[in-house]
Design a protein around this ligand. Sequence first.
Ligand code: ADP
Ligand code: MG
Length: 292
Amino acid sequence: ATPTSIMVGTGRGAEMGVLFRKGEALQLLKDAKVVAVDKTGTLTEGRPLLTDLEIADGFDRAQVLARVAAVESRSEHPIARAIVEAATEEGIALPAMLDFESVTGMGVRATVDGARVEVGADRFMRSLGVDIGSFAVLADRLGNEGKSPLYGAIDGRLAAIIAVSDPIKPSTPAAIAALHQLGLKVAMITGDNAATAQAIARQLGIDEVVAEVLPEGKVEAVRRLKAAYGQIAFVGDGINDAPALAEADVGLAIGTGTDVAVESADVVLMSGNLQGVPNAIALSKATIGNIR
Ligand code: ADP
Ligand code: MG
């Protein structure tokens, strides 16, 4: 491609809200074979709501919700806001909390009313030796509905299962259809649990799912998908997407995402949604493909 065609393509991109931070990205995108996409905040709104709360026998619902929400009040995870909001809506006052700790990719813990409270994924409970078997059937059902099951433990005993659901952005289905139309595979990479991720992928016609990935595992997932399919574009919005954005042949950040993601990306999607990706690839094919 000539410098002029790159300039023209970059300008056209800017007009449609696709900002190329590197001219090279415009040239590379036309050869992409697979687009790997972060789930939360990229495919979905990133604003989950609490949908289900089941309390284990022997625990008091209001007390469990109060303690769990108290711990979550210190977390910045979108899941935390959903839980705190639910407690607030029920008019539950949050008790004081001590020794807050966030365990990456797992959950959060703190001491509330002298009790040890842990909230997080099934693998967090397993690592703590908390038996979640009594909620296994319910957890399967929630996962198959595309909801994310989480657990609350008090003093090492399972106290509640909590489900949150994060709505899919209205623009997502058409963007995935457009990527398929362009002949690309679409993969989802997420820290969320496997059943939930599979249900959402089924709903969206996503070709491949890599679930239950720890933040540092996203880079490894990008490498594996690249080995399997060839040139890879990765799309994400979060701090923990930054290494994967840098690792992919082309990294595309959702413009409404975190600064760290935007700074690690080759392309920024000002629309704040996935539709910018097929637009960018089509632009690359149109400007670069036709020139030689
Ligand atoms: P993702 O961006 O996919 O949510 P994370 O690494 O942030 O990935 O989290 C992975 C999983 O750890 C979440 O899906 C959730 O199950 C659990 N988790 C993380 N933070 C919290 C929290 N504050 N409260 C409850 N669960 C959490
Ligand atoms: Mg995200």
